[in-house]
Design a protein around this ligand. Structure first.
Ligand code: ATP
Ligand code: MG
Ligand code: MG
Length: 549
C-alpha cells in the first residue's frame, strides 16, 4: 500500500515503528463466546489479522470469557471455525482470558496492598446512586477507607465463597469526582457462584471486562489493541491498571464499528430473531452472521474484499448493503460456473422437432474462461422457459418472446412463437414455437435481439430454490416505528420458495458449490437441506442490484 493511502491505524503503527524499529506488531481478536460472530466481527478479524500479516507480526485469538452465565462451549467452537474460515491464522496463539484468572487475582491483591483497590459492600443499586452522573460528581463509598488488612481479608473471603452473589465487590480506588464515569471506582471483581465452561467451580468471583481486557493484552504482549469506539472513554482505565501494575502497556486504538443498511448487528437482536423464530436459526441465509453468510454462499475472499474496501473510520456511519453484495457478485463472477435453471417454468413445444429426436448443445461453463470447459445440454421437442420471458401484449422494446416474435435460445437456436395455449382463465400455459438451430438466422429480415435461458423438459430435474432478499424492509431497521420494535421492520418477502427446473448437470452439485444461473443470479447448494442428487439452492445475490427498483 502506498504511504499516502494509509488508514489512521496504519499511520499510528507506522509512527510507533519509526520510533521503535524492533516492534513486532502483535494484534488480537477478542470475542466473548456468548453468541455467533456477525459481519461486524468479520471486520474486526480482517482488520486485526490483516495488520499482523502486513507488518509480518503476530495475531492471537483470545476468548474474553469472564462472564460464566452467558458463555458456552458451543459458541467457542463456532467462533474458532468461523475465524478459520475467514482466513485468520493464530497457529498456537489461541488463548482464554480465563487462563489468566490466577494472575489477575494476584494482581488484584497487589493493588489492594498498594491501597489502590478496596472491598465495597454497596449493592448494585446503591453503587449506581453513589456513582453520580455526567453532570454531577459521585460520592465516595462508605467502605472506601477500609484498611489494607481488612480489604485483603475480605477479598480473600470473597474468593473463598463466604459471601453471596452481589453482596460485595472489589473496586479500583481512583476518583469518584472524575468527569469520566469509568474512573469512578470501577468494579474489578464480582461475587458470582456460577459454573464456568472452562474453570468449572474453581472460582466464585469473576473479574470485570475492564479489569480483564488490558491485562490480558499485556500478558500476551499485544502491541496494538484495536477496539470499537464505545471503548474510547474506557482507555484511561485500561491505561490506569497497566500503569499501576507496572506491566507491558499495549496501545489501545478505537475505530468505528461496522453498521450496514437493512441489517441489525447487535447480538441481542440477532438472538431475539432466532429465539422468536423470525429466521430458521443462527445460520439462516438471511442472517448477517458469518454462519448465515456462509450458508448464503458468501466466500471468505468476498468478505475480505468487502472489509478491505470499506476501510476503517474514526466516526460511526452506515455502509450500504450494496457494497457487500457487489463484493460477492464480483468474486462469484470469477469463480462460479454457468448453468441454466428456470425458476417459474412455462412449457414450450418446438413443433417442428420430432418427438423422438434431440440435439446436443455444447455450452461454455464460463463465457470468459475457456479453462472452465464446456458441457453438453440436450434439447428436444419440449423445453421450459421462464414465464416472464414471454409477454402476450408486449411493448415494442420487449426483446424476449411474444406472439409472432422470435428469441434466441441460449446455445441452441431461434424460436418463433406461433401459438399461445391458454387455460380457462386466459393465462398462457404453453407456447407452440418453431425452432431453427441456426443461431445466426434472422426473423422478418431482422436480427434476433433477445437471448433467453431454457431447460429441456425431459431431462431437467426439479429443485427447490430459495429466493432470499433483505431480512429488513427499511434501511435502518433499528429505528423502530412509534411504539414498535425493530421487528416491525422485518421484510415480509425476505424468502420466496419456488420449485425450479434445472439442467441435469446440477443434480450432482455438492453442498457449498456455487453457480451462476444464467440471467438470474448466483446460487449455492444449501449445506443443510440438500440431499444426494437432490440439491436445494439458495440465492446468494441477483446479477444486478435490483433492490428498490
Ligand atoms: P455485539 O455488540 O454485537 O454483542 P460485542 O462487541 O459485544 O458485539 P464481542 O464478542 O465482545 O462482541 O466482540 C469481539 C470483537 O469484535 C471486539 O473487539 C469488538 O469491538 C469487535 N466488534 C463487534 N462488533 C463489531 C462491529 N459491528 N464492527 C467492528 N467490530 C466489531
Ligand atoms: Mg464485547
Ligand atoms: Mg455485546
Amino acid at each position: 500500500t502506498p504511504r499516502t493511502s494509509r488508514n489512521f491505524i496504519q499511520q499510528i503503527i507506522d509512527a510507533d515503528r519509526a520510533r521503535n524499529p524492533d516492534t513486532v506488531v502483535h494484534t488480537r481478536f477478542p470475542p466473548e463466546p456468548n453468541g455467533y460472530l456477525h459481519i461486524g466481527h468479520a471486520k474486526s478479524i480482517c482488520l486485526n489479522f490483516g495488520l499482523s500479516q502486513e507488518y509480518n507480526g503476530k495475531f492471537n485469538l483470545r476468548f474474553d470469557d469472564t462472564n460464566p452465565t452467558k458463555e458456552e462451549q458451543e459458541y467457542v467452537d463456532s467462533i474458532i471455525d468461523d475465524v478459520r474460515w475467514l482466513g485468520g491464522e493464530w497457529e498456537d496463539r489461541l488463548f482464554f482470558a480465563s487462563d489468566y484468572f490466577d494472575q489477575l487475582y494476584e494482581w488484584a491483591v497487589q493493588l489492594v496492598k498498594a491501597g489502590k483497590a478496596y472491598v465495597c459492600d454497596l449493592n448494585a443499586e446503591e453503587m449506581r446512586e453513589y456513582r453520580g452522573t455526567l453532570t454531577e460528581p459521585g460520592k465516595n463509598s462508605p467502605y472506601r477507607e477500609r484498611t489494607v488488612e481488612e480489604n485483603l481479608d475480605l477479598f480473600q473471603r470473597m474468593k473463598a465463597g463466604e459471601f453471596e452473589d452481589g453482596s460485595r465487590t472489589l473496586r479500583a480506588k481512583i476518583d469518584m469526582a472524575s468527569p469520566n464515569l469509568n474512573l469512578r471506582d470501577p468494579v474489578m471483581y464480582r461475587v458470582k457462584h456460577a459454573h464456568h465452561h472452562r474453570t468449572g467451580d474453581k472460582w466464585c468471583i469473576y473479574p470485570s471486562y475492564d479489569y480483564t481486557h488490558g491485562q490480558s493484552d499485556s500478558i500476551e504482549g499485544i502491541t496494538h489493541s484495536i477496539c470499537t469506539l464505545e471503548f474510547e472513554n474506557h482507555r484511561p482505565l485500561y491505561d490506569w491498571f497497566l500503569e499501576k501494575l507496572d506491566v507491558h502497556r499495549p496501545r489501545q486504538i478505537e475505530f468505528a464499528r461496522l453498521n450496514l443498511s437493512y441489517a441489525v448487528m447487535s447480538k441481542r437482536k440477532l438472538l431475539q430473531l432466532v429465539q422468536e423464530k423470525h429466521v430458521a436459526g443462527w445460520d439462516d441465509p438471511r442472517m448477517l452472521t458469518i454462519r448465515g453468510l456462509r450458508r448464503r454462499g458468501y466466500t471468505p475472499e468476498a468478505m475480505r474484499a468487502f472489509c478491505e474496501r470499506i476501510g476503517v473510520a474514526k466516526f460511526n456511519s452506515t455502509i450500504d448493503m450494496a457494497w457487500l453484495e457487489d463484493a460477492i457478485r464480483e468474486d462469484l463472477n470469477e469463480r462460479a460456473p454457468r448453468r441454466m435453471a428456470v425458476l417459474r417454468p412455462l412449457r414450450v413445444v418446438l413443433t417442428n422437432v420430432q418427438p423422438s429426436s434431440s440435439h446436443t448443445c455444447h455450452l461454455a461453463n464460463h463465457p470468459q474462461k475457456p479453462d472452465f470447459g464446456t458441457r453438453d445440454v440436450t434439447m428436444s421437442r419440449e423445453i421450459f422457459i421462464e414465464a416472464d420471458d414471454f409477454m402476450e401484449d408486449a411493448p415494442k422494446k420487449f426483446f424476449r418472446l411474444k406472439p409472432g416474435g422470435a428469441v434466441r435460445l441460449r446455445g441452441a437456436g431461434i424460436a418463433v412463437c406461433d401459438e399461445v395455449v391458454k387455460d380457462a382463465d386466459g393465462n398462457a400455459v404453453e407456447l407452440k414455437c418453431s425452432f431453427n438451430p441456426d443461431t445466426t438466422a434472422t426473423h422478418d429480415g431482422k436480427k434476433v435481439k433477445g437471448t433467453i435461458h431454457w431447460v429441456d423438459a425431459g431431462e431437467a430435474i426439479e429443485a427447490q430454490v430459495r429466493l432470499y432478499d433483505h431480512l429488513f424492509a427499511v434501511e435502518s431497521p433499528d429505528d423502530a416505528p412509534e411504539g414498535g420494535t425493530f421487528l416491525d421492520n422485518l421484510n415480509p418477502n425476505s424468502l420466496e420458495i419456488v420449485t425450479a427446473k434445472v439442467e441435469p448437470a446440477l443434480a450432482e452439485a455438492s453442498a457449498g458449490e456455487s453457480f451462476q444461473f444464467e440471467r438470474l443470479g448466483y446460487f449455492v447448494v444449501d449445506s443443510v437441506d440438500s440431499l444426494p442428487n437432490k440439491p436445494v439452492f439458495n440465492r446468494t445475490v441477483t446479477l444486478r442490484d435490483t433492490w428498490g427498483k
